[in-house]
Design a protein around this ligand. Structure first.
Ligand SMILES: [Zn+2]
Length: 440
């Protein structure tokens, strides 16, 4: 199965490489010209009374990324495709190691000797498993999260700062997964026939729980969140929020520059903990028009109820995931279960197998998950253009995001790997909108 999967993967990557080559031939990247200011472009057009050419405007934006910047950003983002594959194979390898060596069964026996209450045995096993798996994953994590980020000048942290964040994350994961697996294995043992359906329900409840507590209890462990003070930025943003039916009196900023140079913002939380938050790189590096475009995108997620929609959609995806586990777990256990010392789905010693099967499912589902999210992101983009009326601010930000997200992928590549529309798609959407609103 593994070799079949990697074959599929190779095929996809090869097709993508061929595809983007074709696109590059059809649309040669324009010779880099002197970047023209937005005003100059507009004035020139008025003088010559040329019609607004959407495609030319898009190319003008894209050509502002120098060949060196493009090569760097493309290499960073395309390397990420391979990291997804290696990370997946590594995860399957770790599961194989824990099961094949009988280590997982021994950890279960140890947990059973230490405590008598079964849910506590599960929690103990889960904590041991998370610690062990995280340590085994460390070489991969440190390369991806620290060395590679520094190589591309995207990271701002020292190694000790990074290690501190890594350790805190490990602690949080151990606690959260212990809670999650206690509930999950409780269901697995109590409901021998419908465990897979109720397992999905537990997973959705857990997702909602993390969404609820994340902004209040987890995020502040990594960054400092403060109310946005500067009235020049805050007032127009709050006005925009009010005019879109959101009665908030605060927007938050956080010190993302502690970890990264990336520009970003998010809507996070659920019910009472939902909030719009901008990172300080965005505030420091972007004009008001750009900030307003980003804010309008985040307001779009809020107004369009994307958080609730995502919970429902992920719920369906999780039901299918557990149905897949139900089918494959017993099949694999029938073949190797005796060597592994795994008695059934209710036996915690099978946790690495459960996790590996979910990893297989979500790996195969990568394009589907990315497309589900990307469609929502495109909706928020369109909302942003309407609400902010800042197509050029929007395009400028899309260009800035091109520092770490390949700006101009092939269509299949975008479909498979992009969880947000590409820079080209976003700039094209903005210029199309602008073409229809020139009078305003
Ligand atoms: Zn978004």
């Amino acid at each position: 199965m593994r070799s079949k999967l990697s074959c599929c993967w190779m095929l996809v990557v090869v097709c993508l490489a061929a595809g983007s080559g074709l696109v590059a031939q059809e649309e040669p990247i324009a010779e880099p010209t002197e970047p023209m200011t937005e005003m100059a472009v507009a004035e020139e057009r008025t003088v010559l009374s040329e019609p607004f050419d959407v495609d030319a405007e898009v190319e003008a934006y894209l050509s502002r990324q120098t060949p060196e910047e493009k090569a760097r950003s493309d290499a960073y983002f395309e390397g990420g495709y391979w990291l997804q594959l290696w990370g997946f194979l590594y995860a399957v390898g770790v599961a194989w190691l824990l099961l094949g060596t009988g280590l997982s069964a021994r950890m279960r026996d140890l947990a059973e000797r230490i405590v008598r209450w079964r849910p506590l045995q599960t929690a103990l096993y889960a904590i041991g498993y998370v610690l062990l798996a995280t340590v085994l994953f460390f070489p991969f994590t440190v390369y991806q999260g620290f060395f590679r980020e520094h190589k591309y000048d995207l990271a701002t942290q020292t190694f000790s700062g990074w290690l501190r964040d890594w350790a805190v994350e490990l602690g949080v994961s151990a606690v959260l997964f212990a809670i999650f697996f206690m509930a999950l294995y409780g269901v697995f043992r109590k409901l021998p026939r419908t465990w897979w359906l109720w397992g999905a329900v537990v997973a959705v409840v857990f997702l909602v729980f993390v969404l609820l507590i994340g902004p209040v209890y987890i995020d502040p462990l990594f960054n400092t969140y403060t109310a946005l003070e500067d009235p020049a930025v805050k007032d127009p943003i709050l006005s925009q929020a009010r005019s879109n039916g959101i009665a908030v009196d605060n927007v938050y900023q956080f010190d993302a520059s502690r970890q990264t140079t990336r520009v970003s913002a998010n809507v996070s939380g659920f019910l009472g903990t939902m909030a719009i938050r901008l990172n300080d790189n965005l505030l420091n590096r972007c004009s008001l028009a750009e900030i307003q475009a980003v804010m309008a995108h985040e307001i779009g997620h809020y107004v369009l109820n994307h958080v609730y929609e995502m919970i429902i959609v992920f719920g369906i995806v999780l039901v299918v995931a557990f149905a897949f586990v139900r089918w494959s777990f017993d099949w694999l256990r029938g073949r190797w279960g005796e060597n592994w010392g795994v008695a059934g789905i209710g036996d915690v010693a099978g946790m690495p197998l459960l996790v590996a099967l979910l990893a297989v499912y979500f790996f195969v589902m990568t394009p589907v998950m990315n497309t589900i999210i990307r469609v929502n992101e495109a909706e928020a983009d369109l909302f942003a253009l309407h609400a902010s009326g800042e197509p050029d601010g929007f395009a400028e930000v899309a260009l800035k995001l091109g520092e770490y997200r390949k700006l101009d992928p092939g269509p299949v590549e975008e479909w498979v790997f992009y969880d947000h529309p590409s820079g080209r798609s976003r700039i094209h959407m903005a210029m199309t909108w602008k073409a229809e609103h020139l009078e305003e």
